[in-house]
Ligand binder design. Sequence first.
Ligand SMILES: [Zn+2]
Length: 536
Amino acid sequence: MSVKLSFFTGGGVDGIGGNKILLESHGTALFLDFGKSFGEENKYFDEFLKPRSLNGLGDLLAFDLIPPLPGIYREDLVIPTQNWWEKVFSHPAFRDLTIQGVLLSHAHLDHSGYISLLSPDIPVYTSLPSALISKAIQDCGISDFLSEIVYSKRKEILEDGLICSDKNYSNPSQQRPYHVFTHQLLPESVRYFWNQAPGKRPLSPVSLIPILEEKVTIGNLPVRFWSVDHSIPGAGAFGINTPEGWVLYSGDLRMSGKQAKDTQRFTQEAGTLQLLLLIIEGTRASLNTNRGTKHFTEQDVADRISQIIKKAKGLVIADFGPRNLERLISVLKATEEVNRQLVITTRDAYLLEVLSQCGEVDLPNPLSYPHIRVYSEKRVRTSEWESTLLERCRTQYLTAEEVTFHPDDFVFCFSYYDFSELIDINPSGGVYIYSATEAFNEEMQLDAVKLKNWIDHFNFQLFGNPFAQENTDSYDPLHVGGHAQPDELLNIIETIHPRYLLPVHTECFEFFEKHFGTRKDIQLIRPKAGESVVLP
Ligand SMILES: [Zn+2]
């Protein structure tokens, strides 16, 4: 018996994000995440040149952006007259394969994005919050074949061999089976949320399947789930008990957030297992850091935000990453301390409402919480999810006019993409707290310049710096990321002490080489796209 792991282009082994690692053992095949690689996709595509839905999987296969495994994809995205599989037949990773599931570590799209393309009967195993976040993203987003992570509209293949949406709206969308790790039975409101889809088309519902004991058997393999700390609720690590020993997959994790004890528990418990392999993320791995430098925590960020809001005059805008709900709670607390109200977008309210009801995350229900208001953007036509939400929250509803007259009453959770609302609100000065990741590529630098132009135009005082790098002199601790620092990574690895170590989601394999390259007790594996390794 052995364990085989296969790696793919943009699959988390040649950069950050896009994790999709195939594990095969004991007659069972599972993917560890099935993410979209933004880096790899952006080499060829952008906002104005997207993979065409009319060509199904074709555009993605042409650039080796998805694994060349014909047996795992939606049939309605494959055009029978096109010979894609013949074209990729000589690819070293090509083979016909069926899989028994995807273990989804968390709901960031670089881990979940391409689930949309998988055959609708392939089940996803994840935490309850990750499932709900994935559905909320899909419900509120633009509908296309790359965003159907939870339910999909079957496509039609036309006579000329092009793919288009089924125009018969009485044909239901197909829901994918989700098995969710949770600590209690699913509340009625959560089950209702799961089995409804906005829009004209009905949904052929597949109920959430709860897993109450943090363990489940998939095919022939027992699997364990541990919650870990990351910058989105519901993140987890997996353990797969193969006949050769345990394979652990960290997903994305950190030690600096309020759930740091979850990461510690995972590390401690994993260390007691009979371990074969640890697959660990290395986003922050770097050769240029000094051990022992102070790491800021979410609490440091919360304290700094609170300090700024206490002194602020005029409108306050707090800008942080989407679905970073821990940060949202920090801003909410600071807002309550000065008796302002927190203003969130309808998208945030939609997500927060269902997460507050699921019993897994400590969050207020925005529709009944006195210090939260929901901002309603001007729209010619409102989507169904949004209009029903606005009906449910009439008393919380806030318009631009109200803000213009009382800017000192509010703290807005807005980002660059919500800026057109500022034209209607027309603030004269105020405070802008930039609490998101610094620009790390050219595209983000350009966006940061535009962000700064808007801030200057409305005379906001800026705190935090969209251009600054963490650990530099000009760094104001207004943001901490979602990933473990280099010394924390080393501690995790030493505590778990696997026989084999396989770093993913990193741009600095050299860091692992430096620390483990010559070790006899822990053997380092360098994964390569298009290749497989067989252990032991
Ligand atoms: Zn992540």
